[in-house]
Ligand binder design. Structure first.
Ligand code: ATP
Ligand code: MG
Length: 422
C-alpha cells in the first residue's frame, strides 16, 4: 500500500470509476423528487449537539455511541449530523417553512456515525432524503412510498422488497412497551448484551435486532400491530388501500421498528438480502411529534432517507453500474503548433459545447499521441499537422472502422463531427 497519510477509517474516497453510478443515483433521485413537487434544501453538516439528543432520543444507538461530538473553540458542544431530519426540522422552524404552500422538502449530503465500518456501513456516508410537513393523512405517506418505489425502480434496482408497519399512537406504544418488557424479561437470560441493555431503555429496538440467536424470541413476542388504537388502525388501512390501488407490492412486517425514537404510525423500509445485515437501502416513516419536541408549533410530518453507498454497491454488484462516456474526439497536436491547436479547439467548443474534446498535452511523437487517443476511448482523432493547418484543414480519423484519414476544411469541422457522432 502507498505510504503517506491515509484517510480516516470509515471515511471513504469515492474514486472516479464509481462516480458515473453515483451521479446516476443522484440525478434520478433529483428528477423524481422534483417531479413530485419537492423543493431542495441544503443544510449544514454541523449542528448543536442538543438538536440531535432532543430529536433522535437519548437512548438510541446514534446518540448513545455513534455521534461525532466535540467542543468547538468557544466551548459549544457541536455534532456532525448523523442524519438529515433533525436539521431539516430545525431549519423549517427557524425560517417558518412549515405553514406555507411548499410542504415538501428534500436534501442530500454526507452524514457521520461512529459505527463499525463494514460492507455498506461507513462512518461518513451519504443520504438523499425528503420530508413533508403539515399533512397528517395516510395519503401523504402513501404518495411518498409510491415515489420511493418509482425512484428505486428507475435507478435500476431490482430485488428490493417494501416492508411496512404501523407503530400506532404514542399511547398505544406506551401500553405495548410495558407488555413487551414483561415478555422480554421472562427471556432475559437468553438475550444478548445489546438487547439486555435496551430492555429497559428502548425495548422496541430489541425487535430490530439482527442477531439470529434472538429471532425465535422476537418472533413470539406480542405484536404492536395487533393492538393499534383505532385512529392508527384506520390510517394504516387507508395507506394500504392506496398502495394496493396503485399496484405496489409490499409485505407487512410487524417487527419493523425504526432506530430513532421519533417515529409513530407509518414506518417503511426497502430491503434487499444482498448486503448482509446492511440490507436496508431506504427507510422512513411518520414523526408527528418531532417538530413540537424541538420547539416548533405542532406539525405532523413524514420522511425518508436512502443510503447512497448501499444503492451504488447494489447496482455495481448486479452489473448495472454506469460508465463515464468516452470523449468524442482526441486532438493530436504535433510539437510547435500548440497555440494554433488550442485556438482551433476553443472555436470548436463554441460550436459543440456538449462535446468532450480531449487535447493531447505534454507533447510526444505522433505514434505515442495516437496510442493515447486509442486508450482514451475517443471515437475520432483530430490531427492538427502543420501541413493541414497551413491548408486550413484538419485530419480526421475515425477509430471505429477502417476508413482512411480524411482532410476536413476547418469551417466544416463542427458539422462533420456532429454528423459522425449522431
Ligand atoms: P441500519 O439499521 O442499517 O443501521 P439505520 O436504521 O441506522 O440503518 P437510518 O438512520 O434509517 O439507518 O438511515 C437511512 C438509511 O441510510 C439506511 O437505510 C441506510 O441505507 C443508510 N445508512 C445508515 N447508516 C449508514 C452507514 N453507517 N453507512 C452507510 N449507509 C448507512
Ligand atoms: Mg444504524
Amino acid at each position: 500500500m502507498a505510504k503517506g497519510i491515509q484517510s480516516i477509517r470509515g471515511f471513504a474516497d469515492i474514486l472516479p470509476e464509481h462516480l458515473p453510478t453515483w451521479r446516476h443515483v443522484e440525478e434520478t433521485a433529483r428528477r423524481w423528487l422534483e417531479a413530485y413537487g419537492y423543493a431542495e434544501i441544503r443544510l449544514p453538516a454541523l449542528e448543536r449537539t442538543e438538536l440531535f439528543s432532543r430529536s433522535i432520543g437519548e437512548v438510541t444507538d446514534i446518540v448513545e455511541k455513534e455521534m461525532y461530538t466535540f467542543a468547538d473553540r468557544n466551548g459549544d458542544s457541536l455534532t456532525l449530523r448523523p442524519e438529515g431530519t433533525a436539521g431539516c426540522v430545525r431549519a423549517g422552524i427557524q425560517h417558518g417553512l412549515f405553514h406555507n404552500a411548499q410542504p415538501r422538502l428534500w436534501y442530500s449530503g454526507a452524514m457521520f456515525r461512529h459505527e463499525r465500518p463494514q460492507k455498506g456501513r461507513f462512518r461518513q456516508f451519504h443520504q438523499i432524503g425528503a420530508e413533508v410537513f403539515g399533512l397528517a393523512g395516510p395519503d401523504v405517506d402513501a404518495e411518498m412510498i409510491l415515489m420511493t418505489g418509482r425512484l428505486l425502480a428507475s435507478m435500476g434496482l431490482e430485488d428490493v422488497e417494501l416492508q411496512i408497519n404501523s407503530l400506532g399512537s404514542s399511547e398505544a406504544r406506551a401500553a405495548y412497551r410495558e407488555q413487551l418488557v414483561a415478555y422480554l424479561a421472562q427471556h432475559e437470560a437468553r438475550l444478548d448484551d445489546d438487547s439486555r441493555r435496551r430492555l429497559h431503555s428502548n425495548p422496541l429496538r430489541v425487535l430490530d435486532s439482527k442477531n439470529p440467536a434472538l429471532q425465535e424470541i422476537i418472533e413470539a413476542a406480542p405484536r404492536l400491530l395487533d393492538q393499534l388504537d383505532e385512529e392508527s388502525e384506520r390510517h394504516f388501512a387507508e395507506l394500504r388501500a392506496i398502495l394496493d390501488a396503485a399496484g405496489l407490492n409490499y409485505r407487512i412486517n410487524p417487527r419493523l421498528v425504526r432506530g430513532l425514537d421519533y417515529y409513530g404510525r407509518t414506518v417503511f423500509e426497502w430491503v434487499t438480502d444482498r448486503l448482509g445485515a446492511q440490507g436496508t437501502v431506504l427507510a422512513g416513516g411518520r414523526y408527528d411529534g418531532l417538530v413540537e419536541q424541538i420547539g416548533g408549533r405542532a406539525t405532523p410530518a413524514v420522511g425518508f432517507a436512502m443510503g447512497v453507498e448501499r444503492i451504488v454497491t447494489l447496482l455495481e454488484e448486479s452489473g448495472r453500474q454506469k460508465r463515464a462516456p468516452a470523449p468524442q474526439a482526441y486532438v493530436v497536436v504535433p510539437a510547435g503548433v500548440e497555440a494554433q491547436a488550442h485556438a482551433l479547439v476553443e472555436s470548436l467548443r463554441d460550436q459543440l459545447p456538449a462535446a468532450c474534446l480531449l487535447v493531447n498535452a505534454g507533447g510526444g511523437s505522433f505514434k505515442s499521441q495516437f496510442k493515447r487517443a486509442d486508450r482514451s476511448g475517443a471515437r475520432l482523432v483530430l490531427v492538427l499537422g502543420e501541413e493541414e493547418l497551413a491548408a486550413g484543414r484538419v485530419g480526421v480519423k475515425d477509430l471505429r472502422g477502417d476508413a482512411a484519414q480524411e482532410a476536413v476544411a476547418r469551417e466544416d469541422l463542427a458539422e462533420f463531427i456532429r454528423a459522425r457522432l449522431d
